[in-house]
Design a protein around this ligand. Structure first.
Ligand code: FES
Ligand code: FES
Length: 175
C-alpha cells in the first residue's frame, strides 16, 4: 500500500522548504531528491552505520538530536529544524572540526565523514552547554561516535582529530 501524500515543511540549514511527498519517504530521499542536498550519505539503509546522521530539533528551543536520515520517515519530522553536513562550513571554508579531520587525514573514501561530523558537532554542542572534565572526554567521544562505522577503518585518526578539536575549543572542558 502506498503512503499518503502529505505536505511537509522542514527548515534545513536555515532555509524552509515545503513539499508534497509520501509521508513514509525516508528523510535521506527528501534531502537528495526534493531539495538537492546530497551531502548526507546513504550507507546501510537500516540504521546501523550512521553515515546518514543529521541533527534535528523538534522545536526551535529544543536541543538538536542525532537523527538517522535513512530510516526516519520525513512525515515524522514535519515542522522540525534540521542541520545537515552542508550546514557546517562557514563562509570562509571548513569549520575547525572539518579542518581537524583534514589535518589528521581522518578519512579515506569519506563516505562516513558526514555522519562523524554531525555526531561530533552535536557532542560539541552538548559540551558547550555542559562542559566535562578532561578525564571523561574519551568516554564522551565513544558515546557520541562509537557506533559510527567507517569501512576504511579510519577510527584512530577520527578520534585523534575529535579529541584535538574539543581540547582546542574554549568552554568544552571544565577545569
Ligand atoms: S545509512 Fe543510515 S544508518 Fe546506515
Ligand atoms: S573513510 Fe571510507 S568509510 Fe570511512
Amino acid at each position: 500500500m502506498s503512503s499518503p501524500l502529505v505536505n511537509v515543511t522542514l527548515t534545513v540549514n536555515g532555509k524552509t522548504y515545503t513539499r508534497k511527498v509520501p509521508a513514509s519517504l525516508p528523510l535521506v530521499d527528501f534531502l537528495h531528491e526534493e531539495i538537492s542536498l546530497t551531502g548526507t550519505k546513504f550507507g546501510c539503509g537500516i540504521g546501523v552505520c550512521r553515515a546518514c546522521t543529521v541533527a534535528a530539533c523538534r522545536t526551535p528551543q529544543a536541543h538538536a538530536v542525532p537523527t538517522l536520515a535513512c530510516s526516519t520517515p520525513v512525515g515524522e519530522l514535519n515542522g522540525q529544524t534540521l542541520t545537515t553536513v552542508e550546514g557546517l562550513a562557514g563562509p570562509s571554508g571548513p569549520n575547525p572540526l572539518q579542518q581537524a579531520f583534514l589535518d589528521e587525514f581522518a578519512f579515506q573514501c569519506g563516505y562516513c565523514t558526514p555522519g562523524f561530523l554531525m555526531a561530533t558537532t552535536l557532542l560539541m554542542e552538548r559540551l558547550r552547554a555542559r562542559p566535562i572534565p578532561v578525564d571523561q572526554l574519551d568516554t564522551a567521544i565513544q558515546d557520541a561516535c562509537g557506533s559510527h562505522i567507517c569501512r576504511c577503518t579510519g577510527y584512530a585518526r577520527y578520534y585523534a582529530a575529535i579529541r584535538k578539536v574539543i581540547l582546542g575549543t574554549p568552554g568544552l572542558i571544565s577545569r
